[in-house]
Design a protein around this ligand. Structure first.
Ligand SMILES: [Fe+2]
Ligand SMILES: [Fe+2]
Length: 496
């Protein structure tokens, strides 16, 4: 069944693909909104051409497109040229009678319109979330040229088009609910650029470079997981359209983290396999391991340290009056809010937060409301561990003595309680001088990056993989190993 047949077929009436902008929000019935979004659409496509994947715009990519919001069977797969991807507006179904699950409005009916008193706060929330979506596409712009396989190239582009769709999701809310201001914000979202000197993206991690494929996998495992946590907190929102938007975005986010987890896992697999084949048992025999054309495990750990610490900064200050107000206002909840066993108002509750006091790391109870960000960060750190455990199993099963670990929460932080302090991955508070002297043990050096870059050579043969990464266990949509996930044409190759 082709994409179009599936889309037109009766089974998928949920999303209207006849409109210029695919949607399940009955866009047709609101002409003014439809016109505003149709006006934004060509500008979005301009942004995609200018800041999205470099080259490959003519390539046929085996992409999934959402055709419904039912968790079972919401997507079809087909070869599509990226600029023809049907970016649309998809909200999870409305839950009748939903009430605000937390904060001072707990128990009141969820808002279907923006409450006037929270208008500017809510707008800012949407803008900050929306800004991360195009930013990651911009950060990953050049990766196609060094893809380790067609399978990975396809996964990169899948993530990219879905981040583009996430931008659509936030822009829909801005334009529909915030009038002129919302339209201006939608415009500005296309104007900022990752790492731009004059007009950068809003959050720090989204102005970092994603220079190589290992960075991409670490980013999709660790930083897209920040996305998951933020969306999960916003999915609790008392503002119902935001909740419904985020609930559907979460189903897409799961795939991005899968790409990251399996990407790092396959990198590890190639490394330990090559080590065993060469009879190398010592994971610190770095020069010998690198000669095998694979990435040594200590370098992987350093790379992970960077991505974890930078991503933890995205949660904002651990103690935050802003976080408290977002919660009390009913705009942004906690991770799995409705499953937490407490009063969901938190005026009398406390939460333990670690900080530096008189030259020592101490953990103290603080009012739970002011520690909302801290709690989300702790939940994030727990959520990161599952994939790390699976990576470590690959290493252990190969009989190699090495373990990937999460650094201490305070390691290499620029925001929050640990900013300005120097903490080792083991959680030891040290001087700035000592940190500077030992930094290369914990974070990748220029030489590490040069080595990683030396491995980044495109491999576009169907079924072939670069030396440093193992093939996946299963293909996308159960396609066979030599499936041509991306059909690259002359025009793409010559530029690439
Ligand atoms: Fe996203
Ligand atoms: Fe994502």
């Amino acid at each position: 069944m082709s994409e179009n047949e599936a889309i037109r077929g009766n089974a998928f009436v949920e999303v209207n693909y006849d409109d210029k902008i695919p949607n399940n929000v009955d866009l047709n019935s609101d002409k003014q909104l439809q016109r505003a979004l149709e006006g934004w659409q060509p500008q979005y496509l301009e942004w995609w051409q200018e800041a999205g994947p470099d080259c490959f715009q003519d390539a046929d990519v085996y992409l999934r497109t959402a055709v419904g919001v039912d968790p079972k069977g919401w997507a079809v797969f087909d070869h599509v040229k990226m600029p023809d991807y049907r970016w649309g507006i998809l909200l999870a179904p409305k839950e009748e009678g939903r009430t605000i699950p937390f904060g001072r409005h707990k128990g009141e009916p969820a808002w279907q319109e923006v409450p006037g008193e929270y208008r500017s706060t809510l707008r800012r929330l949407l803008v900050v979330q929306g800004d991360t979506e195009p930013a990651s596409v911009e950060q990953q712009r050049y990766l196609g040229k060094t893809a380790p396989s067609l399978y990975d190239l396809r996964n990169l582009f899948q993530v990219n088009v879905e981040e583009g769709r996430h931008l659509w999701a936030m822009v829909y809310l801005l334009v529909k609910y915030f009038g002129r201001d919302g339209r201006d914000e939608a415009q500005a979202l296309l104007e900022r650029r990752s790492a731009d000197q004059d007009n950068p993206r809003i959050l720090g991690a989204f102005n970092e470079r994603t220079p190589d494929w290992l960075s991409f996998f670490m980013f999709t495992y660790f930083t897209d997981r920040d996305g998951k946590m933020q969306l999960a907190a916003l999915a609790q929102s008392g503002f119902d359209p935001l909740s419904r938007t985020c609930r559907f975005m979460l189903t897409e986010e799961a795939h991005h983290m899968f790409v990251g987890e399996t990407g790092v896992g396959r990198t590890i697999e190639a490394t330990v396999k090559a080590m065993n084949a060469a009879g190398i048992k010592d994971p610190y025999d770095v020069q010998a391991i690198r000669k095998l054309g694979v990435i040594d495990l200590p370098t992987l750990q350093r790379k992970a340290n960077f991505h974890m610490s930078v991503t933890r900064d995205l949660f904002g200050a651990e103690i935050s009056s802003n976080g408290a107000e977002l919660f009390s206002a009913g705009l942004k909840g906690r991770f799995e809010e409705t499953r937490i066993d407490d009063d969901h108002v938190l005026t009398d509750d406390s939460y333990p937060v670690t900080s530096v006091k008189n030259g020592e790391l101490v953990t103290e109870d603080v009012p739970a409301l002011s520690a909302i960000n801290s709690r989300l960060l702790d939940d994030y750190i727990k959520d990161c561990q599952g994939g790390i455990d699976r990576w470590n199993r690959i290493i252990a099963n190969a009989g190699i003595d090495f373990e990937i670990k999460q650094p201490h929460k305070g390691f290499n932080r620029k925001i929050g309680e640990f900013a300005g302090h120097h903490i080792t991955p083991e959680g030891e508070l040290i001087s700035a001088e000592e940190f500077a002297a030992r930094k290369d043990e914990w974070l990748c050096t220029e030489a590490d990056h040069d080595f990683i870059n030396s491995l980044m050579k495109a491999c576009y043969e169907p079924g072939q993989y670069a030396s440093w990464i193992a093939p996946p266990r299963v293909g996308v949509n159960n396609k066979p190993g030599d499936f041509e996930y991306v059909k690259i044409y002359e025009s793409d190759v010559s530029v690439a």
